[in-house]
Design a protein around this ligand. Structure first.
Ligand code: MN
Length: 235
């Protein structure tokens, strides 16, 4: 039986992200997103960073949008926000790994946008409900072409920025991450068997805000490929 014959409906395309210098794509399976990982962003959201432990939400792999896309303003919101983030791509399996072992699990880094229906997220937050409507929706995860970790000697001191229509809205350095990449990987691996295909969105700096149809969003991290998204009117 051919693979197509095994299933009742046609199999959807595998969500994936290109990697610089590689002709093969990085296949995405899970998208872990870290909440409140820059103190200044937590403050602007009216909350504090929880120093006890990081927390997460997930997006489905099908939320992946290629960089450079033009997508419609999403349904169900009047307060659609950008969140510029460093994305870490896992390339080796790991369970209960130490901080020291964590870097060996990283395959690549990339620039990403955690697009958010802020009104729905905040409503859910205030009612103690899950954030899915605000975070885990279609076309809500934009990832730039990634760079292999082997080609990224260090992320120290690198600036992360986001512009809307060329105006700078977010600007910070990756050193400002509250939970560092090795801490996040070690912590997540206490709860999940991390495997190649797992992406980690590491959280956004201060300066999040709304975007509307016609806006061009561009995110940069020094030394990595930029991420770009254009919005068109709602369907
Ligand atoms: Mn985020």
């Amino acid at each position: 039986m051919s693979k197509a014959e095994q299933y009742l409906f046609p199999i959807a395309d595998q969500p994936s992200v290109p990697v610089l210098g590689q002709h093969r794509l990085y296949p995405v399976s899970r998208i872990f997103c870290v909440g409140r990982n820059y103190a200044e962003h937590a403050k602007e959201m009216g909350v504090e960073v929880d120093r006890e432990a990081p927390f997460y939400f997930l997006k489905p792999a099908t939320a992946i949008v290629p960089t450079g896309s033009t997508i419609p303003y999403p349904p169900g919101t009047t307060n659609y926000h950008y969140e510029m983030e460093l994305v870490v791509a896992i390339g080796a399996s790991g369970f209960k790994v130490s901080r020291q072992e964590a870097p060996s699990l990283v395959y690549a880094y990339g620039a990403g946008l955690d697009m958010t229906r802020r009104d729905l997220q905040l409503e859910a937050r205030s009612k103690g409900r899950p954030w899915d409507l605000g975070k885990a929706f279609e076309q809500s995860a934009v990832v730039a072409t990634m760079t292999r970790a082997a080609d990224v000697p260090s992320l120290d001191g690198r600036r992360i920025q986001l512009r809307v229509n060329r105006e700078v809205k977010q600007s910070a350095v990756l050193d400002d991450l509250v939970w560092k990449i090795d801490e996040l990987i070690s912590h997540l691996s206490r709860y999940y068997h991390l495997v190649p295909g797992d992406l980690i969105f590491t959280g956004t700096p201060a300066g999040v805000g709304p975007v509307v149809a016609g806006d061009i969003i561009e995110g940069t991290i020094d030394g990595l490929e930029p991420v770009r998204l254009t919005l068109r009117p709602a369907e």
